[in-house]
Design a protein around this ligand. Structure first.
Ligand code: GDP
Length: 195
């Protein structure tokens, strides 16, 4: 699945722009700067696939990448950037809601959580939206190379506690570091196993 080229398909700004729903897909969500571009690049083995420094607040797109012949990897815009204009945030939230509730081929959302910060209120809002949209989601801890083993244990507990309140949460956390390549194979295997 990840062996061949992973091609950019299109950037989508409205539901009408979504590609045909003839493949299953997974999406990636997370606060701005959580390490989403780095993780997607590590997953796909490319350095420049996902832009590593999205300019927060510019026109936000849902980016589609083809994974093999039968899947899409979907990169959702980062959320929670404090300085994003209100109108941009509102438009993005509306698109996100429509996408999550309406995309029948969406099999799982991966919600990235910065291992230094744990689940923040703005993350919890997205988790609630995923519950309401009946989209199974799995939490992915990012940047774990930046913290100690003890801190990792602590944040893991915090995240598990937060997930327990969400019926759509998949219980297993995926612990990653794009920098060290940790957890990347695990994440690939999870995506490959989805049907
Ligand atoms: P995005 O805004 O969520 O796409 O985040 P980026 O992938 O652009 O990463 C934000 C910052 O975190 C950049 O400076 C990255 O180099 C850094 N970063 C991302 N992943 C890791 C990681 O696994 N370990 C470390 N140490 N830094 C990371």
């Amino acid at each position: 699945l990840f062996a061949g080229p992973v091609d950019f398909v299109k950037g989508v700004v409205a539901m009408s722009g979504l590609p045909p729903d003839n493949r299953i897909e997974v999406c990636f969500a997370g606060r701005s700067n959580v390490g989403k571009s780095s993780l997607i690049n590590a997953l796909t083995g490319r350095k420049t696939l996902a832009r590593a420094s999205n300019t927060p607040g510019r026109t936000q797109e849902i980016n589609y990448f083809a994974l093999g012949e039968a899947r899409y990897l979907v990169d959702l815009p980062g959320y929670g950037y404090a300085k994003a204009p209100v109108a941009v945030v509102a438009k993005w939230q509306a698109l996100l809601k429509s996408y999550l509730a309406g995309r029948v081929t969406l099999r799982r959302a991966f919600v990235l959580i910065d291992a230094r910060h744990g689940v923040k209120e703005v993350d919890d809002e997205i988790l609630t939206l995923l519950d309401r949209s009946a989209v199974t989601f799995q939490a992915v801890l990012t940047k774990t190379d930046k913290i100690s083993r003890a801190e990792l244990d602590r944040v893991t507990d915090q995240v598990r506690g937060a997930l327990a309140k969400h019926p759509a949460a998949f219980p297993e956390l995926i612990v990653t570091s794009s920098e060290k390549g940790e957890g990347i194979e695990t994440l690939r295997a999870v995506i490959a196993a989805l049907e």
